[in-house]
Design a protein around this ligand. Structure first.
Ligand SMILES: C[S@@+](CC[C@H](N)C(=O)[O-])C[C@H]1O[C@@H](n2cnc3c(N)ncnc32)[C@H](O)[C@@H]1O
Length: 280
């Protein structure tokens, strides 16, 4: 089943109210196939991710299925736990991303791996037109925004070529099965001159800060996550960082996809990184 909807504000029902500009984004949204995956029963990722407490992490289709199921499971409390663990810095990082992109007023922006739509909220506030795309029905169902929500895979976006002004992606790179096809998709769907902003976790360069951050991320986060949400998911979170290439390699991959004006910034002492780029 493929879901595409624009939710009415303050409504639990997925409506079919589609903003006119949304229809302009791409007719392929409604025709997209191959994205049809129903939400797995809760806990499926327990079977798929049996070694989250060891160094063995899933790859390929197994990883995609495990990630989808994991986010379905933690969705209802995701925002609360996220705000607590980042002490609301995540909100500031998203605002900084949007500011750095210097978008034209009323830009159509894809919020990729949107989760509960945090980027959408910030983009809408300043008059842009976001479209949320995420693999997890659970996360989309918990979204607090009234923008269009699309269930889909970032490696196969249900979006027409050269159709959006910009794309942002918050804290999802390490959850993808592969980065190269994602960067190729960014190049395909963003219009020439369009902007791209990618946020993800990072490690401070300063050894003392790095040690403190490691302790917080590896020891505190899993315990708080277990207490407030789901132990297995929040044990996976610090381990998933090992999927992420080091910043120079990440930048090289973005450039290799043909994106230009690539910048890389370490935010808040380096615990988060922001990559921006332009589609030439
Ligand atoms: C850590 S959450 C980040 C959510 C949101 N962007 C934020 O900033 O809070 C990662 C999100 O990536 C989504 N995700 C992971 N792999 C994906 C894929 N292949 N395609 C689309 N979404 C994906 C998950 O479902 C989850 O909602």
């Amino acid at each position: 089943m493929y879901v595409c909807c624009a939710r009415q504000k303050h409504s639990d029902t997925d409506g079919v109210r589609v903003a006119p500009w949304y229809a302009l984004v791409t007719e392929t949204l409604f025709r997209s196939q191959s994205l049809g995956q129903l939400t797995m029963p809760r806990g499926t990722y327990d079977l798929l991710m049996p070694n989250a407490s060891t160094e063995e992490l899933p790859t390929g289709d197994e990883k995609r299925a495990a990630v989808q199921s994991m986010f379905d499971t933690i969705a209802p409390r995701y925002d609360m736990v996220n705000r607590l663990m980042t002490m609301r810095l995540d909100v500031r990082w998203r605002k900084r991303t949007i500011k750095d992109l210097k978008l034209k007023p009323g830009s159509v922006v894809l919020d990729l791996a949107a989760g509960t739509g945090d980027f959408c909220v910030e983009l809408s506030k300043i008059g842009h037109k976001p479209v949320a795309i995420d693999l997890s029905y659970g996360m989309l169902a918990s979204a607090r925004c009234s923008d269009p929500l699309v269930q889909g895979d970032l490696l196969k976006l249900p979006i027409a070529d050269n159709s959006v002004d910009a794309a942002v992606c918050g804290f999802a790179l390490r959850n993808l099965v592969s980065l190269e096809p994602f960067f190729a998709e960014l190049h395909r769907v963003v219009k020439p001159g369009g902007r791209i902003g990618l946020l993800d976790v990072s490690k401070p360069a300063n050894p003392v800060l790095r040690a403190g951050h490691q302790f917080y991320f590896n020891k505190v986060v899993p315990k708080v996550g277990a207490l407030l949400s789901d132990a297995k998911a929040y044990a996976y979170l610090p381990k998933s960082v090992s999927y992420l290439p080091e910043p120079p390699e990440l930048v090289a991959l973005v450039q290799a996809a043909g994106l230009t004006e690539v910048t890389h910034a370490q935010l808040t002492t380096g615990i988060t990184q922001l990559i921006t780029a332009t589609r030439p």
